[in-house]
Design a protein around this ligand. Sequence first.
Ligand code: MCA
Length: 507
Amino acid sequence: MNQNFYRILDDNFDKYSDNILIEEESGEKWKYNDIKKLTAQFSTFLRNLGLKKGSRIIVQAEKSVHSVALYLSCLKTGIIYIPLNTAYTSNEMSYFINNIEPQLIFLSINKIEEHKDLLLDFPKIKTFILDIGNTELTDEISELKEDNNIEELDENDIASIIFTSGTTGRSKGAMITHKNLESNGNALVSIWGFNESDILLHALPIFHVHGLFVALHTILLTGAKIIFFQKFSPNALIRRLPDATVMMGVPTYYRRLLSKDNFNKSTCKNIRLFISGSAPLTDNVFLEFKKRTDHNILERYGMSETGMITSNPLNGDRIAGTVGFALPNIDIRVSDETGEILTADSRGVVEVRGPNVFSGYWRSEEKTKKEFRLDGFFITGDIGKLDYEGRLTLFGRSTDMLISGGYNIYPKEIELILDEIEDIQESAVIGCPHDDLGEAVVAILISNKAKDIISDDSIEEILLKSIAKFKCPARYIWLDELPRNAMGKVQKKVLKEKYNKIFKEIK
Ligand code: MCA
């Protein structure tokens, strides 16, 4: 039997052909049938260029209906879809292109301009503009015949590669299979009670698991509808909230909604479910939200490598500070550093096994091996504890990764660049609590000059040549030395405690 995940979506395209699938901010509406057609035209486009099962395309483009159709056509044709954050610089892109060796690249107009020089290094890779509104590409697609052939695939064939920040400073590509997408999509539909009458507010970017898989698939699997926002804006969302039944977001979205006086019970009158993920939801936001709207936000937990792992219940207690229970068919456990499985209520590293778990890191067999136990459990790196009922609480990570506005950031990547700057002897990058973003990046720097230290702006200018803006420190602090333990290791914990209130003091 064909195990291509798209076959199920295709059935739904027929079953719900006249239902609206996407309503854009402009008011333009796309039925299931329209998206099926566009997907089939993209399939023709890709196949005409000689791409086939296992070929790879990189997409760094603005969120649009056409980019959704391009993604779907990749599922349909067995082509591997690699979405990238639109904030990535040419330096970051260079790494991804060399690592993936794609057959095609799709870029938004501003990215074509930004990567002009970089692209000269890859003359054999065809590049297309994919942007909002009509472009040469979208015009060409609209003229093409529909290719309705769904590629015959095995459940373990790769659907997508999602890059996750790496502990050593280099990103790793998590290979997500058709089985991963199908099992996780079906599990979420079931535990969150999605159905044909749902209307989802979709303001998330679609280059991450949250916006691309979790949000899109729950809708596509049920014949429901999406109100599609270019990006998150609290005012635009408040205008459309009364028309919606479900919203998904990172905690920053909920904090920003609460900052608006006109966000209240009547705005949420038709909403049945607010879902939060990608970063910890604070008790404050959870409680304030309840007070303002009468809704308990449902917090769930996932990773790029695993899709969604746990969720608070749709019916039953949603407890602030916990991320709920394992999804159906997913096993979770907590272990110590040696791999010894811990009993309930003990803190350790969370491990997960199930049909949701990725098949490994792209071209990194060694790295993959290190992250799995022999019995197939994936070591998430998140620190947590399970209670006697199986409810999971998280306490941060075993690595020093931080999460800013829902984006994972690895300090090492930033420190490596800072340490190369002439005036900087060494650096330590940490995440500090931030009201809006959850955490924001702070760089602690040691100078090798007595005076006339390089300015913050000059440092940022250097950083921006290599890394995306959202990874750049929001604050730079110069110290005489970094705190170290007896082994000489920098004590980031000490720094984090010291600068815990740094973003609160300036208010
Ligand atoms: C934008 N900026 C940021 C961030 N985003 N800085 C730090 N952290 C961020 N997350 C900076 C920009 O560089 C820019 O700097 C300034 O903020 C304004 O940019 P803009 O794009 O207008 O920002 P924004 O609209 O306010 O965006 C903030 C945001 C956005 C709404 C929180 O980052 C967002 O939508 N995040 C969602 C991320 C997400 O989907 N994560 C899921 C991945 P300047 O003005 O100085 O130039 S995790 C996942 O998928 C796992 C599996 C899971 O469990 O879900």
